[in-house]
Design a binder for this molecule. Structure first.
Ligand code: NAD
Ligand code: UD1
Length: 339
């Protein structure tokens, strides 16, 4: 049996592909490279020493997708990563974001249904909680008003998947709400490759560490947190990748639809991250405190106990390993995957 991985050339998808191949699964990756590069596929093969099928296609292209199911009758489940994810960009390009993320998911579900494949693990996000009423956040916390189209697509897709399950209980769906994935594979062969100047904290810090950027802008030191800077639940991307293995195995056995927070349960502030990065790498991170970034929240971290109880999954890597592996990736690939 094979697992279809949509968006498998991306940051989280590539690390998940490695974990599935290492666990002995056959996989089929589809990706249109709108936010990734073909060389990633060679890197996955180099790390695992294993081969897999790949199709360059857009999820919006139903015929191309059908062809994948036609040619791979052994596909029995899907891990669905493909989507656009830049929060800021989504505010300026709502049509593209809703179309890509929603229509892409609907086309995928339609095709899966047509071929009798009804098992899916979906990449959701802690962003669905909006401004959390309290932390740590449990899965039954209120789903907030997402402050941007990207977040709305996650709220809407979760709703669509619930309705699909309601209409047909043969579906098995596991919704994973990721907190803040960072780090990279230990080999330094795959990692996060943001376009242009990074928006997220860790990729920015790695570029300050390497001298590419002069200093970190710390967005706000007046939040209600232990040092005033924003607190998040950073999780090593390899831990996150392994959560998909557990989620797939579990949902196949248990059936139904379920939602899991995938975080460590520990919140670190921006200044904690600066200190951890310096400790892990011996490199100095210069920073300046500035005003808050619009749309940011003070503290957001998970209660991951449901994933521990039901999936038997919990994060293994600590913050120093996350920083060290991110730094190793940056050092070995100063320009990411290059042109
Ligand atoms: P990514 O951009 O690195 O990977 C997504 C991949 O999907 C890319 O390779 C891209 O080319 C592909 N893709 C996008 N639209 C496609 C389409 N229509 N057809 C085919 N391929 C398409 O992003 P990532 O960080 O690996 O995130 C993976 C998933 O996890 C996304 O759904 C994202 O929203 C979600 N997520 C990410 C984070 C994060 O911080 N990285 C946090 C929460 C949730
Ligand atoms: C961002 C997204 C969110 C997504 C999450 C995980 C926004 C508004 N939200 O959230 O939807 O689910 O990533 O991918 O983009 N920071 C700095 N300086 C920087 C960058 C960040 O101080 O240059 C601070 C932020 O203010 C925040 C923390 O670092 O307190 C983490 O920021 P970031 O990595 O962007 O993640 P989120 O804000 O959690």
């Amino acid at each position: 049996m094979s697992v279809l991985i949509t968006g498998g050339a991306g940051f989280i998808g590539s690390h998940t592909a490695v974990e599935f191949l290492n666990a002995g699964y056959d996989i089929v990756i589809v990706d249109n490279f709108c936010n990734s590069k073909p060389v990633v596929l060679d890197r996955i093969k180099a790390i695992t020493g294993k081969n897999f099928k790949f199709y360059q296609l857009d999820l919006l292209d139903a015929r191309a997708l059908e062809n994948v199911f036609e040619e791979n009758k052994d596909i029995d489940s899907c891990i669905h990563f493909a989507g656009l994810k830049a929060v800021g960009e989504s505010v300026f390009k709502p049509i593209e974001y809703y179309h890509n993320n929603l229509t892409g998911t609907l086309t995928l579900c339609q095709t899966m249904k047509k071929y009798g494949v009804k098992t899916m693990v979906f990449s959701s996000s802690a962003t669905v909680y909006g401004v959390p009423e309290s932390v740590p956040i449990k899965e039954d916390a209120k789903i907030g008003e997402a402050t941007n189209p990207y977040g709305e697509t996650k709220v809407m897709i979760e709703r669509i998947l619930r309705d699909i399950y309601k209409s047909d209980n043969e579906w098995n769906i596991s919704v994973l709400r990721y907190f803040n994935p960072i780090g990279a594979h230990k080999s330094g062969l795959i990692g996060e490759d943001p376009k242009g100047i990074p928006n997220n904290l860790l990729p920015y810090v790695t570029q300050v560490a390497s001298g590419k950027l002069p200093y970190l802008h710390v967005y706000g030191d007046d939040y209600d947190t232990h040092d005033g800077t924003g607190v998040r639940d950073y999780i090593h991307v390899v831990d996150l990748a392994q959560a998909h293995l557990k989620a797939l195995e579990s949902i196949k056995q248990r059936g139904g639809i379920d939602v899991f927070n995938i975080g460590t349960g520990t919140g670190y502030s921006v200044l904690d991250i600066v200190k951890a990065y310096e400790k892990a790498t011996g490199k100095k991170i210069n920073y300046k405190i500035e005003g808050r970034r619009p749309g940011d929240i003070g503290a957001c971290f998970a209660d991951p106990s449901k994933a521990a109880e039901i999936l038997g999954w919990s994060a293994k890597y600590g913050i120093l390993e996350m920083c060290r592996d991110a730094d190793n990736w940056q050092k070995k690939n100063p320009d990411g995957y290059g042109e």
